[in-house]
Design a binder for this molecule. Sequence first.
Ligand code: SAM
Length: 259
Amino acid sequence: MPMTNKEVKSLYRERFDPVQYHTTYYSNLDKEVEFFLTNIHSTLLKEKFNEGKRCLEIGSGPTVHSLISASHHFDTLVSSDYTEKNREEIRKWLNKDAQALDWTIFFRFVANMEKFSDLDEGVRILEERLRRKLKNVSFCDVFDSIPLNYKEAPFDVIITSLCLEFAACDWSSYVQALKNIAALLRVGGGIIMVGALNNTFYYVNDEIFPSLKLDQPMIQKAMTLAGFQGFEWKILERQVIEGKPTDHDGCFCVSAIKM
Ligand SMILES: C[S@@+](CC[C@H](N)C(=O)[O-])C[C@H]1O[C@@H](n2cnc3c(N)ncnc32)[C@H](O)[C@@H]1O
């Protein structure tokens, strides 16, 4: 029996362990996360994706790595997630809490893309830059008609990584979630979405989380229905066979503009 969106939300609230999630998926930098970071970085170098001041990440989880490149281009960054536990992990990182999750390898990868000759110094500068620009860690529910209550909306760019296909339990709610987040974007603003293709589940320890199985044409159709155009796609076939407890067969990065 497929879950409802409400049941998926309860699952994240009650069973998602941010620390175990980091251990499982982010204790090293694999080729798929490199692909995400590289494509977010190169998309943000395009003028139509770096005009403006405000950038929002939807469904950040406990992570900060997807916003590292954005901190070069925007003055105001906002992270958001449905669960308080995930938002708390981001705040710990912002406050340099001794128990905060470690994102150093991801900062090092972006520092290399930004051509720092001394990568240790690059990590320090980029961490400080992201901490300075990440102004808010907000509650967000992609199924609310206004998913995020933040005075800085509308945003110029939205980034979202591995969120909507895991939040939505069926096609119509996936389309609705895209429409809801599009409402937070100005007309002409850009979305950069990275995610997993044809995935039906992932594990964090013994806990299984469902995913809506989507291929490239379905994602583009949903985004078109939500008012996006001007698609640019990058696809990578699955790179990590062992050690990643998921069944995706590829990864994608798609960028588009809100009409
Ligand atoms: C697989 S994790 C992805 C986390 C992170 N963006 C990444 O790239 O690793 C899915 C995230 O979606 C969030 N989520 C689930 N349902 C949501 C909803 N209705 N609204 C907003 N976020 C939601 C979860 O709390 C979780 O942090």
